[in-house]
Design a binder for this molecule. Structure first.
Ligand code: NAI
Length: 330
């Protein structure tokens, strides 16, 4: 099998070479794009991370493409419908880091609740505690939107902190809610009762701007929003307004809408066709410049253990496909 890997680091390349002996492998540090796809037009398989957008145009240029493995749980960067029509198998890594992302969720929560974001820049020579009063998590209510693998792990950690837990999910598991001790409720009720709201649904057409201006009107005053899911689940303009109007007292964001554009803004800035793109970049910058916003650059998954699990599952996904028994298909 000819497999092209995109968005790989050197250590990952070493690992994959050892584990995929016998296959023809090609590695790219950069993402898959219209600029480099010509170099792999004879390949049967590509493996990507989330910044490679695989759309119909890319797929058309690789006529023998049979397998796409994304080294992520989310697969909103892949045009799955076109893949289905073309008979291309798409595999993801469904569970590599529910604990990893849940732990990062709490890193964001605690950095707001204990003012770590404000303490770090000034801690070296300043022992003043002015403006650094935090708040306890014990006894507070956390609302988990999407109680799947990551959301459930967040719930378990929250219970350890002594928090009350509300959950909103399209699918409910009564047994789990009884055993772990949390309450399923509607999205509207969750928003109005939660001190901390945390997002763990996938991004798709149903969850696009799930939190918009109208939904923010329901939010309990002074709540905190945490997003480690996908940026476009929240309408950025509405989020900025909610922070300005003090509906939210803070936000911890690992993902923001158009984060990939902000990464690439140097290439985009001077193209007048990209007005919408520029608007997104500006909104992103406004958001990130706020004192009460803690931002991490999409690293919730980024722990040593999780990365090893991702690579190993990807190797197994390729092996399973080659042996005619695909696994982790979308
Ligand atoms: P999961 O599939 O186990 O859980 C998602 C839950 O959301 C499910 O229980 C599902 O029923 C629920 N859901 C889906 N659509 C819904 C809707 N429209 N309304 C209400 N509930 C809905 O997924 P998992 O593993 O918990 O991951 C969640 C998301 O986290 C991923 O899709 C991905 O986008 C994001 N993620 C972010 C990472 C990061 O580094 N920041 C790393 C890994 C995942």
């Amino acid at each position: 099998m000819r497999v092209a890997f995109f968005e790989v680091k050197d250590w990952e390349e070493e690992y994959l070479k050892k584990r995929l002996n016998g296959h023809l492998l090609k590695f790219f540090n950069e993402k898959l794009s219209l600029e480099n796809v010509q170099q792999i037009k004879n390949f049967d398989s590509v493996s990507v991370f989330i910044y490679s957008k695989i759309d119909e145009r890319i797929i058309r240029i690789i006529p023998n493409l049979k397998l796409i493995t994304t080294r992520s749980t989310g697969f909103d960067h892949i045009d799955v419908e076109t893949c289905k029509k073309q008979g291309i198998t798409v595999c993801n890594v469904p569970s590599y880091g529910e604990n990893t992302v849940a732990e990062h969720t709490f890193a964001l929560i605690l950095s707001i609740s204990r003012r770590l974001c404000m303490t770090c820049p000034r801690f070296q020579h300043d022992f003043s505690i002015e403006g650094l009063m935090g708040f306890d998590l014990k006894g507070k209510t956390i609302g988990v939107i999407g109680a799947g693998q990551i959301g459930l792990h967040v719930i378990k950690i929250a219970k350890g902190f002594g928090m009350n837990v509300l959950a909103y999910d399209a699918r409910q598991n009564k047994l789990l809610s009884d055993v772990i001790g949390f309450e399923y409720t509607s999205l509207e009720d969750l928003l109005s009762r939660s001190d901390i709201i945390t997002l763990h649904v996938p991004y798709n057409k149903y969850t696009h701007h799930l939190l918009d201006k109208d939904k923010f009107k329901l939010v309990k005053e002074g709540a905190i929003l945490i997003n480690t899911a996908r940026g476009s689940i929240v309408d950025t303009e509405a989020l900025i307004e909610a922070l300005d109007k003090k509906i939210l007292s803070g936000a911890g964001l690992d993902v923001i809408e158009g984060e990939e554009l902000i990464k690439e803004e140097k290439q985009l800035l001077y193209d007048p066709k990209n007005l919408e793109v520029l608007a997104n970049i500006v909104k992103g910058h406004i958001l990130l410049s706020k004192d009460n916003v803690v931002f991490t650059p999409h690293i919730a998954f980024y722990s040593k253990e999780a990365l090893e699990r991702i690579l190993e599952t990807t190797v197994q996904n390729i092996g399973a496909f080659v042996s005619g028994k695909p696994q982790n298909t979308i």
